[in-house]
Design a protein around this ligand. Structure first.
Ligand code: FEO
Length: 401
């Protein structure tokens, strides 16, 4: 008994689901888990594509053993050396002493650094090299910085399957549903897919664009990523999402309001703006309390919406630290092409508005800050009403452009 699923007639998913890990990369919460996907091709040669995180090694080895059914493993293809996929390779090599490792020069260097010594079993490939495993012929395509420099993808030209490494992946465990068409992806998965992409690969948009360009030149029928479901239908839907995310183009016209509030007064101003926007007909509004929202969720929705309003108190004459951290995350992820609005608050020496404006204008690429701004002295009152109306009007006018 195992969790193995057939992908095609001779290709098997032998990965594992992880519902125990709280923080992916020890930083991003994954309340719905994650899958580590590995695929076993049973051709004339038996070929394993990547392994799984060490935590799932035992179950993974059982899956591999079940599919091999007493036969030997000939090759292990390593598309990506990050330990969530490669940590179990040493155990695979111990159990299958005739197995050769196919990967590229950079990956072999990383293997050495991580302490996996495969010198006498390595078969080095480079961009464009092909290998035949029997019926199946594969081509190796480098995918640097999607998401590490050694990353490559492998294209099975026989069946049109792209083993896409971290590309086209997602958070969430599969729980049996291997294919994207077995779930309501747009309803139940897209938010976690976006959060996965933007936080893990978001910085490397140009590299993803480069890979998408290469992918467009071959007839791909299926994506087999290292996390999340396999795509065998409606590939265009997922490609379009990745195209937008990697070009930093918003998916939706709408306003994300993120507030940093110590005693509820900045929160009240943020909620007042949300109500004003909705009153004026702009109902695609999402409001977040920065103090109880992990930054990975904020990053994901920043990639989703066209307009972002930052509402922050002044703290030690600076931007409230979690708000600064959010802006810093956006900067490090190469975030760009958005319009911002600002609400500032302070009981004396209000500085947060000026500082947030400066940060956005100097540190984020192609981002605009609206002139209309709300300045609150401790708590918003009727004197702030004209500013609030002006900010809402300015946002709506900008959205309608
Ligand atoms: Fe899922 Fe970059 O490893």
């Amino acid at each position: 008994m195992s969790s193995v699923r057939k992908v095609t007639e001779d290709l098997y998913w032998v990965g594992v689901n992880d519902k125990r890990l709280h923080l992916f990369e020890n930083i991003h919460p994954i309340p719905d888990g994650v899958s580590y996907n590995s695929y076993l091709l049973m051709d004339k040669k038996h070929v394993l594509f990547d392994t799984v995180d060490w935590s799932g090694c035992r179950e993974f080895l059982k899956n591999v053993e079940e599919v091999l059914n007493g036969q030997d493993l000939d090759y292990l293809v390593i598309n990506h050396m990050e330990p969530d996929h490669a940590a179990s390779m040493e155990e695979v090599l111990l159990r299958y002493p005739n197995c050769k490792v196919i990967s590229n020069e950079r990956a072999f260097m990383l293997m050495h650094q991580f302490g996996f010594h495969v010198e006498d079993r390595r078969q080095e490939v480079k961009e464009g090299d092909t290998v035949s495993f029997g019926k199946h012929k594969v081509t190796f395509v480098s995918a640097p910085m999607v998401h590490w420099p050694e990353a490559m993808v492998t294209f099975d030209t026989t069946d049109g399957i792209l083993f896409s490494a971290d590309a086209f992946g997602s958070f969430k465990s599969l729980d049996g549903k291997l294919f994207a068409d077995e779930v309501n992806f747009d309803r139940d998965w897209i938010d976690e897919a976006r959060r996965y992409f933007t936080n893990i690969v978001g910085k490397y948009g140009p590299f993803v664009q480069f890979l998408l360009g290469k992918a467009a030149t071959v007839p791909i029928k299926m994506f087999c990523p290292l996390h999340g479901p396999v795509w065998r239908t409606d590939l265009g839907y997922y490609i379009d999402k990745h195209d937008k995310w990697s070009k930093y183009i918003p998916e939706e016209k709408g306003v994300m309001i993120v507030y940093a509030s110590m005693y509820g007064n900045t929160e009240a101003a943020a909620q007042a703006l949300a109500s004003t926007l909705c009153d004026k007909g702009m109902t695609n509004v999402k409001v977040y309390d920065i103090s109880n929202t992990h930054v990975s969720y904020l990053v994901a929705d920043a990639f989703k919406y066209s307009h972002i309003v930052l509402a922050s108190v002044t703290y030690n004459l600076e931007i409230y630290p979690p708000m600064f951290e959010f802006l810093h995350h956006l900067k490090t992820l190469n975030f760009q092409k958005r319009t911002f609005g600002i609400i500032e608050n302070g009981s004396w020496a209000i500085k947060s508005g000026t500082l947030m404006r400066e940060y956005i204008e100097t540190e984020l690429k192609e981002c605009l800050v609206l002139n209309a701004q709300v300045s609150v002295n401790s708590a918003a009152d009727e004197t702030n009403e004209p500013e609030m109306q002006a900010l809402a009007d300015s946002l709506i006018e900008s959205i309608q452009k």
